[in-house]
Every structure is written in C-alpha cells, then in structure tokens.
Design a binder for this molecule. Structure first.
Ligand code: DAT
Ligand code: MG
Length: 136
C-alpha cells in the first residue's frame, strides 16, 4: 500500500524560501515525511541522480545548477506517493505544463529552474533513495 518517493527542493526553491511551502503541501496532501535533510550536492551524486539525462543538451547545465547551492532532500511516504507528489509538483515546464495550484505552476517560470524534484516511478524512487539516504 505505502510507497516512497524521493523529493528534492532544488537550489532555486531553497533560495526563494519555498522549503516550508513544499513541506506544507506534502503534509496537507496527507503524505508523510520519513526523512528530511538540508544537503550540499556533490558532482558524483548529481551525476548518478540525473544519469538518465546524460548526453542531453541540458545535462551539463542541470548538474551545474543542482550543485550550485544547498538542496533539501526528503523521503516522502504514503499511498501512491510517487504520483501524488508529482501531482503536487506539476509538469516539468512551469509555464507550458504545470497547472496553477501546483508548486511549479505557482512559483516557477523556466524549465531549468523548476523548484522541486520527485521520482518518476517506484523503481526510480528506490534507486534515488538508496543514493540520497543509503541508511534508509
Ligand atoms: P522532471 O523533473 O519533471 O522529472 P525530467 O526528469 O524530464 O523532468 O528532467 C529533469 C530536469 O532537467 C527537469 O526538472 C529540469 C531539467 N530539464 C528537463 N528538460 C529540460 C529542457 N528541455 N531544458 C532545460 N532543462 C530541462
Ligand atoms: Mg525526472
């Protein structure tokens, strides 16, 4: 029943003071936090985290951005947690894809600065949780 997902508040979200807002929406949705930590991101964790995007034109910029400042990493838990957090986050492009009422739709403007990350499947979630929170 319960599923886990990895959530990141990316450096732009932390910089804009949106950590509380992200956590608040997670909690109001009924999901729960199993781990929560402010982190700086090493190049090697960034590369592993975004391995699926290696070779894409935006890959280098993505690594540079995600390592540019602190992020908040969380394990979020609940029924259909993966899909539920992606619903809260909104689509990848904050203007073309994310609806108003979502985090990206409400607070994002450019695709490369879209505030949050959420795992895209239960399998990705387990891989990412192992990477970010090996103790869990
Ligand atoms: P998501 O974060 O919604 O799962 P993704 O996995 O396709 O999206 O891409 C990972 C991140 O890479 C995304 O959050 C922002 C960046 N990105 C994706 N497509 C991009 C593009 N066309 N130009 C610049 N950055 C992009
Ligand atoms: Mg993704």
């Amino acid at each position: 029943m319960n599923e886990r997902t990895l959530v990141l508040v990316k450096p732009d979200g932390v910089g804009k003071g949106l950590v509380g807002e992200v956590i608040s929406r997670i909690e109001k949705k009924g999901l729960s936090l199993a781990a929560l930590e402010l982190r700086s991101v090493s190049r090697s964790v960034a590369e592993e985290h975004y391995a699926e995007h290696q070779g894409k034109p935006f890959y280098e910029d993505l690594l540079e951005f995600i390592t540019s400042g602190p992020v908040v990493a969380a394990i979020v838990e609940g029924p259909r947690a993966v899909a539920a957090f992606r619903q809260i986050a909104g689509g990848t492009d904050p203007v073309d894809k994310a609806a108003p009422g979502t985090l990206r739709g409400d607070y994002g403007l450019e695709v490369q600065y879209n505030l949050v990350h959420g795992s895209d499947s239960a399998e990705s979630a387990e891989r990412e949780i192992k990477l970010w929170f090996p103790e869990h």
